[in-house]
Design a protein around this ligand. Structure first.
Ligand code: KET
Length: 496
């Protein structure tokens, strides 16, 4: 709905207009614009025919306005030129015309499509979020108790310091490294509360961008989809190391080692502390040792993403063993933590970035720079989730209750995994070995279904999952395993 009326054709008007554009202050222009709008039109400027040869309004205003635009993105490109500046009157044209539609998020977008589906059989196995056997969201009892404690104590809502709640930062480092870890005692760990796992990863990425310009981050292939976005947005270069071997449906350990070896010395190696997302395949402790050897040899910096501590095995300590193994070698490293899954605090956005340093003096400086990066981004973090974690970890009774509930959640996922395997091997008469499902750990199963097969799961069976073939077992009930197995067998054998 654009209408163009050319406003005269006199060269002298154009010349005077150009001069005016340079001299007249911005607010005068807005008055003029408003006046013309009253006559039901917006005065706008057509794109210069070539960006370099023409004077755009942006040039005239020395960057104070963004009216100028490039030819290929300009909604007014049909305008006729009058010398170097052309004028059109356009009606109802948004200043955001050049903003294109973003694609839906490959993980969180799945939930949006799920909500829009009216079919009764629908199942959301997209996002990694724990559900009860009744497929309802679950708030841990221990979380409710910790929240009650907060009410009883009448906690205030004052700003937290930039680095977050001190009691939380202590609790989270203790949980990660072990309370009696000498690194914690010697204050060699810089811990800053973050906006859950994602925000903590993003803060670390900003530190890398600022203090290690040009350094590369190596991420596993495949990895959690948001890793690439995080490093792209932070302008940190990244490349992939081999991780998953589709032939064995297992770890491509030799490929992983070779790629880490081949990376430029001093690269950051992003590792999933436990329950690798999306594959559910973790290195063994012996393999972790070898990975640490190569990283040390090449002077790389390990960067752990720990989003599932306690969810892989049910034990907080066992799931932190990879990180502790590296830290015990005296290596400097990054660890991003999240409490979305293990405490079910998805919406509270609570996590942390820990930088293990070789001295307490370094840790103080690193922390000061993390704070400096956080302040203009979000100022300081939210308090609610931090108090929940601090109250639970700081209270022996609540802490042991949490462990019990975590074992329960991890146990339910293991049961569902087993039931799905039983159903698949019972129904699929082709002889295909589905036992890889039992070997995978954590919230997910990487089914090996292709994009087309995953789409069949959604379009035909109303089962929502990510297009890389990942299903969240945390969103599955024992009762729905049979239906899911039917869908998988159909998609696997009948869709190319
Ligand atoms: N790291 C990994 C490996 C991860 O799977 C997630 C979340 C996060 C970090 C961040 O979670 P946060 O809530 O920011 O602490 N993964 C699930 C949810 C998501 O994609 O945001 C998922 O893969 O479904």
């Amino acid at each position: 709905m654009m209408r163009y009326n050319h406003l005269g054709h006199l060269g002298s008007i154009v010349v005077s207009f150009l001069t005016l554009a340079r001299l007249v202050p911005l607010h005068t222009w807005s008055c003029l614009f408003r006046g013309i709008k009253m006559a039901s039109a917006i005065l706008s400027f057509a794109c210069p025919s070539s960006a370099s040869a023409s004077v755009s309004v942006r040039d005239n205003f020395k960057g104070r306005t963004r009216l100028g635009c490039l030819q290929e993105r300009c909604p007014f490109s049909q305008a006729k030129q009058f010398g170097r500046v052309a004028m059109n009157v356009a009606v109802n044209v948004s200043r955001f015309e050049g903003i294109t539609m973003a694609p839906p998020d490959p993980i969180l977008g799945v939930t949006e499509s799920f909500r829009a589906d009216k079919d009764e059989k629908k199942l959301n196995l997209g996002v990694g979020a724990y559900r009860t056997e009744e497929l309802q969201p679950y708030v841990l009892q221990v979380v409710k108790k910790a929240e009650n404690l907060m009410l009883e104590r009448g906690e205030n809502k004052e700003y937290l310091p930039i680095e977050g709640l001190a009691a939380f930062n202590k609790a989270t480092a203790d949980l990660l490294l072990g309370a009696d870890n000498p690194l914690v005692k010697q204050e060699k760990v810089a811990t800053v509360q973050g906006l859950s796992g994602t925000g903590s990863l993003r803060l670390a990425a900003a530190l890398i961008e600022r203090y290690f310009p040009g350094a590369k981050v190596l991420i596993s292939s495949p990895t959690w989809g948001n890793h690439k976005n995080i490093f792209n947005d932070a302008k940190v270069p990244w490349s992939e190391y081999r991780y998953y071997d589709p032939k064995t449906v297992g770890l491509d350990f030799d490929g992983m080692i070779a790629d880490i070896k081949a990376a430029p010395g001093g690269s950051f190696i992003l590792l999933h502390g436990c329950a690798h997302n999306p594959t559910g395949i973790d290195p063994t402790l012996e393999q972790w040792e070898k990975i640490a050897d190569v990283i040390q040899e090449k002077n790389h910096i390990p960067f752990f993403d720990v989003a599932y501590q306690g969810f892989a095995s049910g034990s907080l300590d066992a799931d932190a063993s990879s990180v502790r193994l590296f830290a015990a070698r005296g290596m400097e490293l990054f660890v991003a933590q999240s409490y979305s899954k293990n405490l079910g605090l998805y919406a509270e956005r609570i996590g942390a970035i820990n930088v293990v340093c070789s001295s307490s003096d370094t840790a103080v400086r690193v922390k000061s720079q993390l704070k400096r990066l956080a302040r203009p981004m979000y100022s300081n973090p939210p308090v609610h989730g931090a108090r929940i974690v601090a109250n639970i970890v700081g209270d022996p009774v609540l802490f042991s209750e949490w462990k019990g509930e975590m074992e329960l959640m991890a146990g339910r996922i293991k049961d569902v995994r087993k039931r799905l395997y039983d159903n698949l091997s019972g129904k699929d008469k082709s002889g295909k070995d589905w036992s890889f499902i039992l070997r995978q750990i954590g919230m997910f199963s990487f089914t090996g279904l292709t994009k087309a097969q995953s789409e069949n799961m959604t379009n035909k069976w109303h089962i929502y999952m990510t297009k890389d073939g990942r299903i969240s077992l945390a969103g599955l009930s024992l009762a729905k395993c049979e239906y899911l197995a039917d869908a998988i067998v159909d998609s696997y054998h009948n869709v190319n």
